[in-house]
Design a protein around this ligand. Structure first.
Ligand code: CA
Ligand code: CA
Length: 297
């Protein structure tokens, strides 16, 4: 029985991690194909895929500019929806005083990133550092007439006319979907998990960092809502014998255990609600599952 549960858990874990990877709008942002295939280049002297230094996985991009001004690698013609919210980010190793890197989004009315761009957005420039740093555009809104975007890891000089070398990894371009707000329709289920999988390590842009659990029990119930791991060990008490006058509500779980210090390992967890109806003495118990995910390194 236990073996079955574990096998099922692993299956769902792979599924959730697979979805997380598919969430990005560009292909091979981490260069893990080990090739330059999914990218094209403009204006650089040279670029290649290298195995050191990398930020994650086995490969990163090396961008070499001979001091001509600027250049970039890009993924061209990413399909986007006009007026929607996006975010782009990358990790860069910039230990070169002669230049800097930004991530830039160019928006186009065409569907394939051709023609003249209508608007652009970019991150702040990299600072000199002997380790990888993250650059992000933050939330950006696609122009109402845009249908595609070119996503560029952009190298430029900072005055000095020297050669410059940078390493780029984990380029990410995502659409940000509005998180559910408090006007969201309440559940009709006794217990219902709505953010699953969620990513408490906060390592995947645009995905929920907290789980959300909604409940609907008789008015005036005394509620206890707890999280267990699949072996039945109590992980976290989210609601501890509180009376809810209208019996309807939601609670978020940040993925931490009861110590508050530790984020739990990835996997399936059980949400268990127990509601005592203080008028009738009847106890309602129900469970649902919630999955904690994380980007694979
Ligand atoms: Ca990589
Ligand atoms: Ca620099």
């Amino acid at each position: 029985m236990r073996k079955l549960i574990i096998l099922k858990s692993i299956g769902i874990l792979f599924l959730s991690i697979g979805l997380a990877w598919a969430d990005g709008l560009i292909i091979d942002g981490g260069l893990e194909s080990g090739t330059t295939t999914h990218w094209n280049e403009w204006g650089l002297k040279e670029w290649s895929v290298v195995d050191s230094p990398v930020r994650s996985g086995s490969f990163a991009a090396k961008l070499f500019d001979a001091g001509t001004g600027y250049g970039y690698i890009q993924q061209k013609g990413v399909t986007i929806s006009p007026g929607k919210t996006y975010s782009a980010s990358l990790w860069v190793y910039d230990n070169d005083p002669d230049g800097e890197v930004t991530i830039r989004i160019y928006w186009y009315t065409s569907y394939d990133g051709s023609g003249s761009y209508v608007e652009k957005a970019q991150s702040p420039a990299s600072l000199n550092s002997s380790s990888y740093q993250e650059l992000t555009t933050g939330e950006i809104i696609a122009p109402v007439d845009a249908n595609s975007a070119n996503v560029r890891a952009w190298v430029s000089g900072t005055g000095a006319c020297g050669e410059r070398t940078f390493y780029v990894d984990d380029v990410c371009f995502v659409r940000i979907v509005a998180r559910p707000d408090y006007e969201e329709k309440p559940t009709t289920e006794t217990i219902e998990v709505t953010n699953s999988p969620f990513f408490p390590y906060d390592d995947i842009s645009g995905r929920p960092a907290a789980g959300k659990i909604k409940y609907n029990v008789p008015d005036g119930s005394r509620i206890t809502l707890r999280i267990f791991d699949v072996r039945g060990k109590l992980v976290r008490v989210l609601i501890d014998q509180q009376v809810d006058s209208d019996g309807e509500g939601s609670v978020t779980w940040d993925g931490r255990d009861d110590s508050g210090d530790t984020i739990v390992p990835i996997g399936i967890y059980i949400c268990h609600i127990e509601a005592l109806n203080e008028n009738t003495g009847k106890v309602t118990k129900k469970t649902d599952t919630i999955v904690v995910g994380r980007k694979l390194r």
